[in-house]
Design a protein around this ligand. Structure first.
Ligand code: G4P
Length: 528
């Protein structure tokens, strides 16, 4: 419990959204509030282009820059906030899923015009699985969006989470006049094109106060009164425990680009968002305030320079204090390792750090010792759990074009899949190597990097599969039979777990119906 003060002032979270909803803009406003950047546009320039479909060189270049912005640490009102970046491009969705294992809460940005979009749905599935506390920011209220009550209903239904409005808007688009803070009982008025200041705040303890009519006009004042009465009646006060349990999501309305409604979100965030939480391991639950250090690797980033094969492994500290140049136990390799140049991420520059606490993310130089899910401790043998691999959606067979480079190819494939760029499967009973990814772009990245970094030239042949499901059964005989009959569709993942490669949803459903004793899993826990 030596480090309670440090740990209790930390909040580690991620902002997630469908591309274009405003994640980058909101991130930037948070950093401006935290004083971590001085000018707007600083984060923007680092953004991976969302619409590039084949420009992987550009993506690679951006990946290099994005190491620095992968974690943004800033202070706000005595709190230390670690904001973990998630890639915008859908082909890197798996990277985003993994990042979600390293945070204690998330802020979800929804575009008020487009509502809930595909990528948001998938991210929310992961969040729901982990019971991660969520706050929702409904952005772009300065545009003519959907009706606000309809939006709330849509989000609740689509994301299967109960919402709790914390701020509520007065109109939208050109009639957008501001947001009323239901918790603080004050009104913040919006003037297009200007930044909200403290002066724009109108404290109204009683909504029947005629000053409201004078400020926003009788019609809008009456609508607001009705809205607030309705919301108070339906939602009541926020139950913070339910938020922390991942059952209720506080909602805020605003306009990130105008820096409007953002402060309300940030202020409430530091007030109620969770500090580092206890986490499950294969042995026991580990409390963040324990004295002894432990943490896990959730992301690995390759060095762009092909002359240097080293990588940066991202360590989430889960308990105790991490200290530079100290030996820690690498559980999987059963060896002690130490780090002379661990990095912290203060906004855009990387700094060597001496120590880090629960909730922090540290960048470790790695020469190939780490893979995702690895755990470091002060000696104890356990792994952090809940770091799954998700089923890929596109599959290709890797064909070696240069038999002289077979060894290099094997090494390259192993290392790239350790990084989590893709998943590798080996055809059951054969030797065919199958790569599974979430997006086409990853195949291009793999092909390019195999050649550049390992000198291995490959061809990728598309395979007609649509999903990989990990299969298990309580009845070994049934599993054995299934494998025998479905051999062409069976493969092993890198850890030797069996997967069934389904050609289509129809095939998958048919097999599930015909084989009730076989369990089909859409994620594979790295450590159980
Ligand atoms: P993302 O990271 O989620 O992909 O979204 P990003 O912040 O890049 O925002 C996407 C676009 O939406 C940007 O416009 C941004 O300026 C705009 N935007 C963000 N917040 C608001 C808002 O509150 N209201 C309105 N009207 N627009 C907003 P862009 O044209 O793609 O880029 P830029 O040229 O403005 O930089």
């Amino acid at each position: 419990m030596k480090y309670n003060n440090e740990i209790n002032r930390r909040k580690t979270f991620a902002i997630i959204s469908h591309p274009d909803a405003g994640k980058t803009t909101l991130t930037e406003k948070f950093l401006l509030f935290g004083g971590a950047i001085q000018t707007a546009g600083a984060v923007k320039s680092n953004k991976i282009k969302k619409h590039a479909t084949s420009d992987f060189m550009e993506i690679e270049r951006q990946r290099g820059i994005s190491v620095a912005t992968s974690v943004m640490t800033f202070e706000y009102k005595d709190h230390l906030i670690n904001l973990l970046d998630t890639p915008g491009h859908k082909d890197f969705a798996e990277d985003t899923f993994r990042t979600l294992t390293a945070v204690d809460s998330v802020v979800l940005v929804v575009d008020s015009v487009n509502g809930v979009e595909e990528q948001t749905r998938r991210l929310m599935e992961v969040i729901a699985m982990r019971k991660t506390p969520v706050m929702v920011f409904i952005n772009k209220m300065d545009r003519d969006g959907k009706n606000r009550f309809d939006l709330l209903e849509e989000i609740e239904k689509e994301l299967k989470i109960q919402l709790h409005p914390t701020t509520f808007p007065i109109n939208s688009g050109k009639d957008f006049k501001g947001v009323y803070n239901l918790a603080e009982k004050n009104l913040v008025l919006f003037t297009a094109g200007t930044k909200a200041t403290e002066d724009d705040q109108l404290r109204i303890s009683d909504l029947s106060d005629p000053v409201l009519d004078a400020k926003i006009g009788k019609k809008d004042a009456d609508v607001l009164r009705e809205d607030v009465e309705l919301i108070d009646g339906v939602y009541g006060d926020l139950n913070v425990d339910e938020y922390l349990a991942g059952n209720i999501a506080p909602v805020f309305f605003g306009s990130a680009v105008n820096n409007f409604g953002v402060k309300e979100l940030l202020d409430r965030f530091i007030e109620i968002a969770p500090t580092p939480r206890s986490r499950e391991t294969t042995q026991r639950q580990v409390d963040p305030t324990e004295d002894k250090f432990s943490g896990f690797i959730f992301k690995i980033h390759a060095n762009l320079d092909p002359k240097h094969r080293d990588r940066i492994a991202f360590l989430r500290v889960c308990s105790g204090k991490f200290v530079r140049n100290t030996y820690y136990h690498h559980v999987r390799l059963d060896k002690d390792v130490r780090f002379s140049n661990p990095y912290s991420f203060l906004a855009r520059q990387k700094d060597v750090i001496e120590e880090a606490y629960s909730g922090d993310v540290v960048g470790l130089f790695d020469t190939g010792n780490f893979k995702i899910g690895d755990t470091l401790t002060e000696g104890e043998n356990f792994y952090y759990t809940g770091i799954p691999s998700f089923s890929p959606e596109i599959f290709k067979e890797v064909v070696n074009k240069d038999p002289m480079k077979t060894k290099q190819l094997e090494k390259g494939l192993l290392q790239l899949t350790d990084e989590g760029v893709a998943q590798m499967f080996t055809q059951f009973g054969g030797n065919k190597k199958i790569i599974g990814c979430v997006g086409e772009l990853q195949f291009e990245v793999i092909q390019y990097r195999l050649l550049q970094e390992y000198g291995a030239s490959v061809q990728m042949n598309s395979l007609p599969f649509y999903k990989a499901c990990w299969i298990t059964s309580k009845d070994p005989k049934k599993l054995e039979d299934f494998i025998k009959y479905k051999q062409a569709n069976i493969a092993e993942d890198k850890d030797g777990h069996l997967v069934y490669l389904a050609q289509s949803e129809w095939f998958l459903n048919t097999e599930r119906t015909n084989n009730p004793d076989i369990e089909f899993h859409f994620t594979s826990e790295i450590h159980k």
